[in-house]
Design a protein around this ligand. Structure first.
Ligand code: PMP
Ligand code: GLN
Length: 391
C-alpha cells in the first residue's frame, strides 16, 4: 500500500480527544478539553429547532445566509468599530477550524513561511504543512507570556507570507496589549505579509482587559482575516459555526477555498446565530462576567491546593505550574496522574508546541467553563490529592 499524507498520518490523536477519553475511562471531572457544560441559550436552540423542522434544509448560499453575514458585519462595527461590507467581506464557515483551514490554504503556497506564536492551538501547524509551507515558531516567555520582540522580528524573512495571531490566546489566557499589537502590525506591513487572526475568544475577556482586533489597526484591514466562532460566543461548541471577516482581495481567495472544503454550513444554525449576534449588551457582559467569576473560583481553589497559578485575562483556561506540589515529571505524565489519582483531567501545555523538546514541561491547563459545583468538586479532589503527596 502506498503511504498516506505524512502530515496527517504522522500525527497522534489530538490531546483534547485523548484526555477526554482518559477522563471518561477514569470517571474524572474533565477540565481538559475546552467546552462549557451547559447547553447554550434556549432561544437560539428553539430557533434552530424550528428551522430544522420548517426548513429550508437545502444548500444555503456558499458565502453564508445573508442574515448571518449582515449580523457578523454589524457585530464587527458594534464591538470593534470596524466598517465591513457584509456582501463581499464576510464568510460563514463550519466552525473556526474550517475558517483557519480556508485562510491558510488560501494564502499559503509551497515554499512560504508562516509565523506561529507558541504555545499555539494544535490545528495550525498541520494545515500550514499540508499547504506546503513551513511553520516558524516564536515562543512567548512564561510565566507572564511576554512577547520576545527581537525573536519575533528575526522570525520575519523574505519568505514570510503570514503570521497567525490567536488573541485572546488559547492556552495562555493572554489578551495582547495595544503596544504588542502595534508592533505585530508594523512587522506585517514592513514585510508585506498577512495576518490570520484567530479571535474565537473575542467576547471572553476579563479583569478590565480589552480585546482589540489586529484588523482595527491602521493599514491592517486589507491584510487581516479575522476569525470568530459561535461555539465560544454562544456556548454551542458542537454547532461548529464560524465566520471570517476579510477585505475583498483576501476574501476572494478564502471564499474559493471554502467552496471546496465544506461549501456551506447548516442553514438553521446560521439563522439562530444571526439572532444571537443581535442580542443586547447584557448577554455579552454576562457571558464574560460569569466566566470571570468561574476563573476566580478555580484560581483560588488551585492556589489552596498548592499550585502556582498563572494570570489569565481571557478564554476558558487557567494554567498552573504543578512542580510547586513536589512533582518532578513531564506535564503529560502529571496530567495522566491527576486524571487517574485525583479524578480531574487537564491538558499538558507541551501539546501546544511544535517541538516538545523546547516546550515547558511544568505547566498544565485547566478549563473553567463548568458549573460552580463541578469546579468546587474538582478543587476538593485536587486538594485531597495534594494533601496525600504532602503527608
Ligand atoms: N481556535 C482556537 C484558539 C480554539 O481554542 C478553538 C476551539 N476549539 C478553535 C480555533 C476552533 O473553534 P471551532 O470549534 O469553532 O472550530
Ligand atoms: N479548543 C478546544 C480546547 O482548546 C478543543 C477543541 C477540540 O477538541 N478540537 O480545548
Amino acid at each position: 500500500m502506498r503511504a498516506t499524507n505524512p502530515v496527517f498520518s504522522g500525527l497522534p490523536t489530538t490531546i483534547f480527544t485523548t484526555m477526554s477519553a482518559l477522563a471518561v475511562e477514569h470517571q474524572a471531572i474533565n477540565l481538559g478539553q475546552g467546552f462549557p457544560d451547559d447547553e447554550g441559550p434556549d432561544d437560539l436552540r428553539a430557533l434552530a429547532a424550528k428551522g430544522l423542522i420548517e426548513g429550508p434544509n437545502q444548500y444555503p448560499p456558499m458565502m453564508g445566509l445573508p442574515t448571518l453575514r449582515e449580523a457578523v458585519a454589524t457585530a464587527n462595527h458594534r464591538f470593534h468599530g470596524l466598517d465591513v461590507d457584509w456582501r463581499t467581506e464576510v464568510l460563514v464557515t463550519s466552525g473556526a477550524t474550517e475558517a483557519l483551514a480556508d485562510c491558510l490554504l488560501a494564502l499559503l503556497a509551497p515554499g512560504d513561511e508562516a509565523i506561529v506564536i507558541e504555545p499555539a492551538y494544535d490545528s495550525y501547524r498541520p494545515i500550514i504543512e499540508a499547504a506546503g509551507a513551513t511553520p516558524v515558531s516564536v515562543a512567548l516567555e512564561a510565566p507572564h507570556w511576554s512577547l520576545p520582540v527581537e525573536k519575533l522580528k528575526a522570525a520575519f524573512t523574505s519568505k514570510t507570507k503570514l503570521i497567525i495571531l490567536n488573541n485572546p490566546m488559547n492556552p495562555t489566557g493572554k489578551v495582547f496589549h495595544r503596544d504588542e499589537l502595534q508592533l505585530i502590525a508594523d512587522l506585517v506591513i514592513e514585510h508585506d505579509c498577512y495576518a490570520v487572526c484567530d479571535e474565537v475568544y473575542e467576547h471572553l475577556v476579563f479583569s478590565g482587559a480589552r480585546h482589540i482586533p489586529l484588523m482595527a489597526f491602521p493599514g491592517m484591514y486589507e491584510r487581516c482575516a479575522r476569525i470568530g466562532s459561535a461555539g465560544k460566543t454562544f456556548s454551542l461548541t458542537g454547532w461548529k459555526v464560524g465566520y471570517i471577516t476579510a477585505g475583498t482581495a483576501l476574501m476572494d481567495a478564502i471564499g474559493k477555498t471554502h467552496q471546496f472544503v465544506t461549501f456551506t454550513t447548516v442553514p438553521a444554525l446560521q439563522k439562530a446565530i444571526a439572532m444571537g449576534l443581535g442580542k443586547e449588551d447584557a448577554y455579552f457582559e454576562k457571558l464574560a462576567s460569569s466566566l470571570e467569576a468561574k476563573r476566580d473560583l478555580l484560581a483560588a481553589g488551585l492556589r489552596r491546593a498548592g499550585f502556582d497559578v498563572m494570570t489569565a485575562d481571557g478564554t476558558y483556561f487557567l494554567n498552573v505550574d504543578f512542580t510547586a506540589l513536589g512533582y518532578n515529571e513531564p506535564d503529560t505524565e502529571f496530567c495522566r496522574r491527576i486524571t487517574k489519582e485525583a479524578g480531574v483531567a487537564a491538558i499538558p501545555l507541551s501539546a501546544f508546541y511544535g517541538d516538545s523538546e523546547n516546550a515547558p514541561r511544568n505547566l498544565i491547563r485547566f478549563c473553567f467553563c463548568k458549573k460552580d459545583e463541578i469546579l468546587e468538586e474538582a478543587i476538593a479532589r485536587l486538594e485531597r490529592f495534594a494533601r496525600g503527596k504532602a503527608a
